[in-house]
Design a protein around this ligand. Structure first.
Ligand SMILES: Nc1ncnc2c1ncn2[C@@H]1O[C@H](COP(=O)(O)OP(=O)(O)OP(=O)(O)O)[C@@H](O)[C@H]1O
Ligand SMILES: [Mg+2]
Length: 321
């Protein structure tokens, strides 16, 4: 089962979802490209494991920490992981927002907040660096109200709240536990789009309506008309974000206010690609784009970003040879 054979192998690591991975495996396997796909099977992971996959598409390691250990070890062995397991767990919405702004992309005014609670053992003396109390008035003046309070690392709208006043902000903040939260200016939009992004450059811009229920957001969205200049800008900005973050699989959301696209959430490294959410047309596009990408990556077409140890390891291996 090693990659020494001429057949190259793509493995999928998944949670409960079935429609996307089943369709991706079927699509790769019907192409007769010399690359096959299957669900990853793992028990324990050992120091001495051989490389079994050329590419692994990871859809779940954010929820299964053992998979992070497995994936990082696989990356060291030369497997290309979509998405990069080192970055995927380290990313956060505050850093991303700051990075986007540095890249010249419009973003909501955003503040990172000290935690409400801390793990057991962290006491007042442990937090001597922190200025207390938090200056809620200054924060609210900066973001304006209403604003969005949300975890700096999160998904599925968990603990995402729109707040109208400082009182409401404090009430929601008090419920945030040990999560690091951010507060963000509300962008009141006239159009909202989600970009499905595969391989950093392939971008499908689609209307997406966050006011609808989960399964209606793509298929039930109004078909807002983006003029071609705006659509081009959105595509370029989505590509720039993916390139900066190194994501090969992502969704990037923009809220359009006064003709300006504001990047709202662009760190969805395992986006919902279920057919019931995407609808048939977007689903088919996504499966095809991901099959193209996985095959290309399995054939050695890797992105520019490499791991820091690559050059050192190449030197050590050359000495050993
Ligand atoms: N600053 C903002 N201005 C306007 N709307 C916002 C803002 N922040 C968040 N929202 C709304 O809240 C929704 C959820 O926020 P966000 O995407 O950051 O959370 P999430 O938990 O990552 O969600 P998902 O799982 O859909 O990616 C967004 O789709 C958007 O509709
Ligand atoms: Mg998200």
């Amino acid at each position: 089962m090693s990659s020494n054979s001429s057949q190259r192998r793509v493995g999928l690591l998944v949670g409960r979802e079935r429609s996307f991975p089943d369709a991706l495996i079927a699509e790769i396997n019907t192409r007769n490209s010399g690359v096959s796909a299957e669900y990853v099977r793992i028990g324990h992971t050992s120091l001495d494991d051989e490389r079994r996959y050329d590419v692994i598409v990871d859809r779940i390691s954010h929820e299964v920490s053992y998979y992070q250990a497995f994936l990082k070890r696989a990356a060291l062995g030369g497997t290309h992981i979509v998405n990069n397991p080192f970055w995927r767990i380290a990313d956060d919405k505050f850093f991303g927002t700051c990075l986007a702004r540095e890249l010249g992309i419009a973003v909501p005014k955003t503040v990172a907040l000290p935690n409400k609670d801390y793990p057991e053992g962290i006491v007042a003396e442990s937090l001597g660096n922190l200025v207390y109390p938090v200056d809620w008035q200054a924060i609210a003046d900066y973001t304006g109200m209403p604003a969005f309070l949300k975890p700096h690392w999160g998904g599925g709208w968990k603990l995402v709240n729109r707040v109208d006043s400082i009182e409401e902000l404090l009430a929601r903040y008090d419920e945030s536990g040990a999560y690091c939260m951010i507060l963000q200016e509300e962008i009141s939009w006239s159009m909202y789009v989600r970009c499905i992004c595969i391989g950093q450059r392939e971008i499908l811009v689609v209307p997406w309506d966050p006011r609808k229920s989960h399964f209606e957001r793509y298929v039930g969205a109004m078909h807002w008309r983006l003029d071609s200049g705006l659509e081009r800008l959105i595509v370029e900005q989505a590509q720039l974000l993916n390139e900066a973050l190194g994501y090969d699989m992502n969704t990037v959301e923009f809220a359009v206010r006064d003709g300006v696209p504001y990047a709202i959430d662009f760190m969805n490294s395992a986006p919902d690609f279920d057919i019931t959410s995407l609808g048939e047309t977007y689903f088919t596009w996504t499966v095809n784009a991901m099959a193209d990408l996985a095959i290309a990556r399995a054939n050695g077409d890797r992105p520019r970003t490499n791991y820091r140890w690559d050059a050192l390891l190449a030197g050590v291996r050359a000495l050993r040879a």
